[in-house]
Design a binder for this molecule. Structure first.
Ligand SMILES: [Zn+2]
Ligand SMILES: [Zn+2]
Length: 1020
């Protein structure tokens, strides 16, 4: 191999990935093997064909035929009328078993020479069979007498246009004298000489964006077109995607470096908005659409869709123009934006990037109006839509810091600016770290600029599996004490110091302050000797109300149980006089002064007087991975979102702005309406053509090579094991003999160490825990390569194990043999695990949703070319469909994304959420207003009598919270009334068994939004 000198690292990766793929496909087909010890039919999964008899005698349904097919074929649409003439080339081999006393008794199976026969076909509408004799003779000639095959042409004239299905069928008898294996191997079919017309993908709503031509479809295989008019089957379907660029066209991009925007942002922002205006007019004006309609033959429907999209594009442009105007005219907004940039520059130092991508700034401009028109903007949910990741978290952080600085500059000196929620356990430590890094950057800037108020800080609020709700002096049951096993190290959340990046952090429990602290051990660090501004215990979050709270969505349920959650929707009560005790809440028998520190003897002082108590309400609620809020989880959350809105409105008279991110656009507007009772807006608007917009367009640099595999005749697990085995064998060969492998792969040997690092760790991804665990186990026992180190990353993996695995992935061991070779992962991986060294993936079956497919595969190939094997569970209808459309599925994944099933009118869910709503109204609204303690039934009973609380009034209030007051909601209204009557009866009963108010009524408030089964479908 020549031409490898001056090869870039990226070119080397590209060549290496192609070589890896050739080797895996060869392992699947049996290429390059002469002899085998075991039966080939139990080994190979590509290119093989069972015999028709066997398939028909088996459970002859469509499903089993896909699992071990007897034919491969190409579906074509002939351009002219019958008769049709074409040449069909057939390629195949056989495997034959020698008798026991043969030449190699240990390895009795041998591989035949290649059969390559061209069959002439002339066929009319009746179809026909061709080449039987020719192929039988050829198979006999290579030493496999008894094997038979034929070319079968079927004509389907019931479609709108006639379709031909040209197939190679294995017609060998199942058992024939002298025949040891009735399979054909390494089969291929090639059709030429037939003029054809392309298929047209069915019209979808936004089909004006897409190239809808499909030249041919494969039957049990892929099809490639090596030259015009030639169609050839492929064993796998390969789709290459390309790395995007974030600035298109020839014009000079504006300088969006953090430091430029910190210094003098307006000229750059002006240039950006101008460029967008020019682009939008060039592509979306009526004239531009007229021209495309004429050139591409759009239907009236397609044009109407394009007009609708154009209107949304111009509305987006208007929002950016408004954002720019606000920065030009409102000095405090401009200053907040500049300080944010300075802070982001600080937190990005040494990470290889120093500038925004244009779309990130575009989003910030489009969203910034909420700072000055909070009421109006709270009516909208702004959804950030990123088809391929790449900067979503940073974009969030930009918005958060802008809001945090704006708060400080306008008199909010303390309290939560934003509560950022991730679904279930999908908040990764890496993501949390990025939040911490950004806030540390902001804190350094705040100090330098002498901006008043509390230091910027981060709270970590997750379900019980993560960090403690509270720490108690003496444990009752499973409560955590300072002496509990694993304390305090077990609860380390940060991977490194956000101020100085030193990984040597120390966990410490300070009994005096009653705080679980992260401390940096670097003596040069500005925080040395103090705790980092990071709160990981729920009660510390309530005590200190950090600037940003990051956590899991399920924690929203605490609002119905925990009165100190009030700090996340409104003001706390007061401040404890003891230093480091923080804010106080309602008085309880165990907390007589309302301080959350156990046994506090302090008095209480009023809230910071310079600040209006109403400003404690957060201005932002963020929701990551919005598309996952579906089914029961979505329904339950929709009620709790309404409750949060209700409480904040009652306590502070405001509503938070909601910003979300989503991997899907399908139905986001309805989802947002159901979840938040707000209007949805999305940024950025999709461009005029698929994959291309003002904000992003593909380059020629490879991103990911997707390879669809439809395993034949063997189990999916076997294929997964063998694929990983082949990948590991390849890398080990590179370790052992770099010169040889580099020559074979066409790689400059100087890149070998890089390739070993980048392709030496494979991910095997399973959609179920069962699959993941099975994959991990079987690899240990079922491979030809020795010493494969497997680690698991699933929702079951312990917190500190996750951190250790991430660390090993980020900084691999010197010796290849010591490294992690395979990560067996579940969906836990698809959220926020960003490791540049993960570049190969084996996917066990398609994930349930296309969004998960997009997100999961985005974990590999982040910086260097990636390779993804998608093993289809081909017996399943959906996998079979996707295999057929794999190219479109990968390239146009966003339109395959299924609409999100969600409703707020579920009676089952209502039953779960009413108790939390009623309880929260008592804890957060009635109790502080009353000036009494209402935590016990007796106290609440008295209060209810005096305040005139009735079942009818409370029913009306709860229905209003949930917006279930319309005529169509009469059943729900009745359900609420019935529940509240029962609750009242319990309250009025002096003999009630309830000890606390949360125990009143038919059942208690949910402890976690996870109490509902996340995947169970819910109906109106
Ligand atoms: Zn430090
Ligand atoms: Zn106290």
């Amino acid at each position: 191999m020549t031409g490898t000198s001056n090869q870039s690292a990226e070119e080397a990766c590209e060549a290496f990935v192609a070589w890896l793929d050739r080797r895996v496909v060869a392992a699947g087909r049996g290429d390059a093997l002469d002899r085998l010890e075991v039966a080939p039919s139990g080994t190979f999964w590509l290119g093989r064909l069972a015999c028709e008899d066997e398939v028909q005698n088996g459970a002859a349904d469509e499903r089993s035929e896909r699992l071990d097919p007897c034919a491969i074929g190409i579906r074509l649409r002939p351009a002219g009328p019958s008769p049709w003439s074409m040449t069909v080339t057939v390629r195949a081999r056989a495997w034959v078993q020698d008798p026991k006393n043969g030449p190699d008794p240990e390895r009795r199976w041998w591989r035949s020479d290649l059969v390559e026969e061209t069959v002439s076909v002339l066929v009319d509408t009746a179809g026909g069979v061709f080449g039987s004799k020719q192929l039988q003779d050829a198979l006999a000639a290579i030493g496999a007498p008894g094997l038979r095959a034929e070319v079968r042409v079927e004509v389907e004239d019931w479609h709108k246009e006639t379709e031909l299905v040209v197939q190679l069928v294995n017609t060998s008898p199942e058992k024939a004298p002298g025949l040891t294996d009735s399979h054909l191997y390494e089969t291929q079919l090639e059709v030429g000489g037939l003029p054809t017309a392309p298929f047209q993908l069915e019209a979808l709503p936004d089909s004006f964006r897409y190239d809808r031509d499909v030249p041919a479809y494969g039957v049990n295989v892929g099809v490639e077109v090596p030259e015009t008019g030639v169609f050839r089957t492929t064993d796998t379907v390969m789709v290459q995607t390309f790395r995007p660029t974030y600035w298109i066209g020839d014009s000079t991009p504006p300088d969006l470096a953090f430091l430029t925007l910190a210094h003098d942002p307006l000229p750059q922002l002006d240039a950006l908005v101008n460029a967008l205006a020019i682009y939008d007019h060039a592509h979306w004006s009526p004239e531009a659409l007229d021209a495309r309609q004429a050139a591409e033959g759009w239907t009236a429907d397609m044009r109407a869709e394009a007009d609708k999209s154009a209107a949304e594009v111009f509305a987006e442009l208007k929002r950016l123009e408004t954002g720019l105007e606000i920065l030009q005219t409102r000095p405090e907004v401009l200053r907040a934006f500049q300080l944010m940039n300075k802070a982001i520059a600080r937190s990005a130092e040494g990470r290889g990037y120093a500038a925004w991508r244009p779309f990130q700034v575009g989003f910030l401009l489009s969203a910034v109006r909420f700072l000055v028109k909070a009421d109006d903007e709270a009516r909208y949910v702004d959804t950030v839509w990123f088809a391929t990741g790449g900067g979503k978290t940073e974009t969030y952080l930009g918005l958060l810091l802008t809001a945090a600085f704006f708060d400080r500059l306008t008199g909010k000196t303390v309290g939560v600016t934003a509560w950022s929620r991730f679904p279930l356990r999908l908040l990764s430590l890496q993501q949390t770290q990025r939040f911490a890094d950004a806030l540390a950057g902001a804190e350094m800037v705040r100090k330098e600029e002498s901006i008043k108020g509390a230091p910027f800080s981060l709270g970590f609020l997750v379900g019980q599996a993560g960090t403690p709700n509270k720490i108690v002096p003496k444990s009752e049951g499973d409560e955590i004490t300072p002496a509990s096993p694993g304390m305090p190290d077990k609860y380390r959340v940060l991977l490194h110091c956000p101020f100085c990046r030193d990984p040597e952090l120390q966990m410490r429990f300070d009994r005096k302050k009653w705080m679980l602290e992260h401390r940096c051990t670097n003596q040069a660090c500005t925080t040395y000797g103090r705790s980092l501004p990071m709160y990981v215990v729920d009660q510390e979050v309530f005590r200190f109300l950090p600037t940003v709270v990051v956590g899991t969505l399920d924690k929203a349920a605490s609002i119905g149980l925990q009165q100190a959650m009030r700090g996340l929707v409104g003001p706390p009560r007061k401040v404890c006089s003891v230093e480091w005790h923080g804010f106080t809440y309602a008085e309880r028998s165990k907390a007589p002064n309302g301080c959350l520190v156990p046994d506090c003897q302090g008095t209480v002082k009023p809230l910071p007087i310079e600040m209006d108590a109403k400003r404690f309400a957060p201005s932002l609620r963020l929701q990551d991975e919005l598309h996952l809020l579906r089914d029961s989880l979505g329904a339950v959350d929709s009620h709790y979102e309404s409750l949060l809105d209700h409480l904040q409105l009652e306590l502070c008279g405001t509503r938070a702005k909601i910003v979300a991110s989503s991997a899907t656009l399908t139905g986001y507007d309805r989802q947002v309406d159901v979840l938040y009772q707000r209007t949805g807006r999305v940024f950025p608007q999709p461009g005029p053509r698929a994959g291309e917009s003002f904000w992003t367009a593909p380059t020629t640099k490879p991103l990911r090579r997707f390879v669809a595999v439809a395993p034949r005749g063997v189990t999916l697990e076997h294929v997964s094991d063998r694929t990983l085995d082949a990948l590991q064998r390849c890398v080990r060969e590179l370790v052992a003999d770099p010169a040889k492998v580099c020559q074979e792969a066409g790689v400059d040997p100087t890149h070998a160490p890089l390739l070993i690092s980048l392709y030496g760790t494979d991910v095997v991804y399973g959609t179920t825990l069962y699959d993941v665990e099975a994959a991990g186990r079987s690899l240990g026992s079922n491979n030809t390569v020795e010493g494969i180190n497997v680690e698991q990353l699933t929702g079951q993996t312990e917190f500190d194990d996750v951190r250790a695995i991430l660390e090993r992935l980020d900084k691999p061991e010197e010796d290849f043999a010591e490294r992690i070779h395979v990560v067996a992962a579940s969906s836990m991986l698809s959220h926020g695990v960003d490791v540049d060294r993960l570049n190969t993936m084996v996917m066990l079956g398609l994930p349930l949703t296309t969004a998960e497919f997009i997100q999961t595969t985005a974990r590999v190939g982040r910086r260097f070319p990636g390779l993804v094997y998608v093993l289809h569970k081909i017996g399943r209808e959906r996998d079979a469909q996707t295999f057929r459309h794999f190219k479109q599925y990968v390239r146009q994944g966003d339109r395959f994304v299924d609409a999100i099933p969600i409703t707020r009118r579920s009676r089952r869910v209502l039953d779960l959420t009413i108790p939390g709503i009623v309880n929260a109204r008592t804890l957060m609204i009635r109790e502080p207003k009353s000036g009494q303690r209402l935590s016990t039934p007796a106290n609440l009973r008295n209060y209810a009598r005096n305040a005139g609380l009735t079942p009818a009034l409370e029913t009306e209030a709860v229905a209003a919270v949930l917006n279930l007051e319309g005529a169509e909601d009469s059943v729900h209204l009745e359900q609420i009334a019935t529940w509240i009557q029962a609750w009242f009866a319990d309250l009025e009963d002096p003999a009630t068994k309830a000890k606390y108010i949360g125990d009143l009524g038919p059942h208690s408030p949910m402890r976690s939004l996870r109490d509902v089964e996340a995947s169970a479908p819910i109906h109106d």
